[in-house]
Design a protein around this ligand. Structure first.
Ligand SMILES: [Zn+2]
Length: 261
């Protein structure tokens, strides 16, 4: 069943009202959700770097372990060679063993030097690790605070938001498909999130440009879809001005006050 233009306009306007309410809820949360996300990303980055530091420290420690093992091996060999040296039969054998002893001695010296170097690297990495841990801890504190702020703001509007979303889903089903497409497009490009507006005080409710009287009359008729010629927003109707002419007591009357219904 084809719905009339008036029905289509009512449906899309209804959707706009719900979306505007949802926008207002999101706006209250401000930049908080994004800040929370940024902090979470930042902290995840620190964690990755901390893990890398730790694995570097681990590998240096493993290196030291292996070097200590090789020193032990060398010491064993030295002991063995020294015993062999006691029982040599000639100078050639003696010299050969002396060379082996010198070689093992050199191996030990190199290993000790490497252990010192690795130890130094571990110390440096540990300083980096501690510094980064402190930064991370700091950031975590910020995150916790922002998270609790966000949680309390969200909880204030949680049920309202859920209801609006539910209503929105229902409202969307009533909207003409093609109209919904252009609505989504206009809304995405509109800073204030308004795609469907009323003519208020002779002006477009979205861009505040004047809507000529004849056009206003056409809009009132709701025989066809009319968009604002300035901003392209869908003009769903003309808001009737409730003018309450109160006897002007004050000399400097500001803008005409609308009745607070
Ligand atoms: Zn406009």
């Amino acid at each position: 069943m084809e719905s009339t233009v008036a029905q289509k306009l009512e449906a899309i306007h209804n959707l706009q009202l719900l979306d505007s309410k949802l926008d207002a809820i999101i706006k209250v949360r401000g930049a908080l959700p994004e800040e929370v996300q940024d902090l979470e990303d930042e902290i995840a980055g620190y964690e990755t770097r901390l893990e890398k530091f730790q694995s570097e420290i681990d590998s240096f420690e493993n290196e030291i372990k292996a070097l200590k093992e090789s020193i032990k091996e060398s010491e064993k060999l030295i002991k063995k060679y020294q015993e062999q040296q006691m029982n040599v039969r000639n100078n050639r054998e003696y010299d050969a063993i002396t060379k082996e002893l010198e070689l093992q001695d050199l191996e030990i010296q190199v290993a000790k030097k490497k252990i010192t170097e690795a130890g130094y690297r571990i110390d440096t990495k540990k300083v980096d690790l501690e510094e980064l841990s402190a930064v991370k801890k700091d950031r975590q504190k910020d995150l916790d605070q922002k998270n609790s702020e966000l949680t309390s703001i969200v909880s204030e509007s949680e049920s309202e938001e859920a209801k609006l979303k539910n209503d929105r889903e229902k409202a969307t089903k009533k909207v003409d498909e093609r109209l919904l497409k252009s609505y989504t497009k206009i809304r995405a490009n509109a800073k204030n999130g308004l795609a469907v507006v009323l003519v208020k005080r002779g002006a477009c409710g979205g861009c505040f440009n004047t809507v000529p009287p004849q056009r206003q009359a056409d809009i009132r008729e709701k025989k066809k879809l009319i968009v604002c010629e300035h901003c392209g927003r869908i003009l769903a109707g003309v808001e009737d001005e409730i003018v309450e002419e109160v006897a002007p007591k004050k000399k400097r009357a500001t803008k005409s006050t609308k009745a607070k219904a």
